[in-house]
Structure formats: structure tokens, C-alpha cells
Design a protein around this ligand. Structure first.
Ligand SMILES: [Zn+2]
Length: 191
């Protein structure tokens, strides 16, 4: 909505397609610096033919193509870190969606008050019924339908054209990190 780019970093020289993403949820923005720190360590290890935790990294570079989207929800992250934008109408609407509060530290959604993690077409209706949130807000509003939000559409398009074998979506809760691992099986291939 605020017309920010959502960059993807591609690194590798192989056929195994692996994808990481962070900050689907705005208040879990710390997943982005964690991923960027890993990226820095990985690039240094490749450049210097070094290990990470005893594992040589260069073979991974040769065998895989790693796709990283460090920040899926940049508008939401900015809202959490810097508060609502100056624009009066947008500001007023966001504070209303945030139950009248100017404290956006618990905001998970994007700038439209839609929870991007609930925008997937797979069983969207079930998710909608389970959440039972019918208005935009800080969390758990799945939107008026699947894939209505630009961030979700962008991730869907990326996934469709990239044919990932593995996807790691980084989330946090309290003081713990959660890496959701999704492995898609391709019947026609061996991975
Ligand atoms: Zn999350």
C-alpha cells in the first residue's frame, strides 16, 4: 500500500531450491536481522571457504539456489518500529483498527490490518472460521478472501514461479524462535 519494494536475495549455483522468509508478522521483525546475520555469515563462509558450526558452506552454494525474502511485511514493520504514518486519514484509521491505541508494538498485520499469514488460498475458509475476526486489526484478520493483499500476492507469485523444494518461514513468539519448515513433495522428482 505504501509502495515499498519487497526484495528477494538469490544466492547459489545449484538445483536444490530453498527459500527463507522473515517478518510475515510485523511485530516479529527481529526475524529479519536474524536472517540478514545468517546471510552475512553464509557469504563470508563461502568467500573464505570456511565452516559454519563445523559444516563446510561452499558445497551448499554449489548444490543449491537459496532464495531469501528478509522482510515480507515492510509497511507493518515500520508501523511497529516507528508508529503510525503522519497522513491524517491513514493514521486515524490505523489507530481505530488498533483499538484506539497509539502503541503498535503488538501489531502483526500489514498496513491494511490484514494478517498476511492468513492469506493463503489453502483452506482459507477454515482459517477465517477459526480466527473469527471480521474487521481489519492488529492480528488474525484474514482479509475478505485469499490473496487480496499485495505482499501475499507477491509471495504467492514468487512461490509459483520458483518451484521451491523447501521453505522456511521464520516466526517468533515470546522469547522463542520458530522456523516453520514446509517441504513440498514433487511426485515427478526425487529430492
Ligand atoms: Zn508469526
Amino acid at each position: 500500500m505504501l509502495e515499498r519494494d519487497i526484495p528477494e536475495v538469490l544466492i547459489g549455483n545449484g538445483n536444490k531450491r530453498v527459500h527463507y522468509n522473515g517478518s510475515f508478522h510485523a511485530n516479529e521483525w527481529i526475524t529479519t536481522p536474524v536472517i540478514m546475520t545468517f546471510l552475512n555469515d553464509y557469504l563470508l563462509a563461502i568467500t573464505n571457504q570456511a565452516d559454519i558450526r563445523g559444516l563446510a558452506m561452499f558445497p551448499f552454494y554449489q548444490q543449491s539456489m537459496l532464495s531469501i525474502v528478509p522482510m515480507v511485511n515492510p509497511d507493518g514493520v515500520e508501523l511497529v518500529l516507528k508508529g503510525p504514518p503522519a497522513d491524517e486519514s491513514l493514521r486515524g484509521r490505523l489507530i481505530e483498527w488498533n483499538n484506539g491505541s497509539e502503541d503498535f508494538s503488538g501489531w502483526k498485520a500489514n498496513i491494511n490490518g490484514v494478517d498476511l499469514n492468513d492469506q493463503f488460498p489453502a483452506k482459507w475458509e477454515l482459517e477465517q472460521a477459526r480466527n473469527n475476526v471480521t474487521e481489519p486489526g492488529p492480528a488474525n484478520y484474514p482479509g475478505e478472501g485469499p490473496l487480496t493483499q499485495p505482499e501475499a500476492i507477491a509471495m504467492s507469485e514468487l512461490t509459483k514461479r520458483s518451484d521451491f523444494g523447501k521453505v522456511l518461514a521464520f516466526h517468533t513468539q515470546g522469547r522463542s524462535f520458530i522456523g516453520g519448515l514446509k517441504v513440498w513433495n514433487h511426485p515427478s522428482r526425487k529430492r
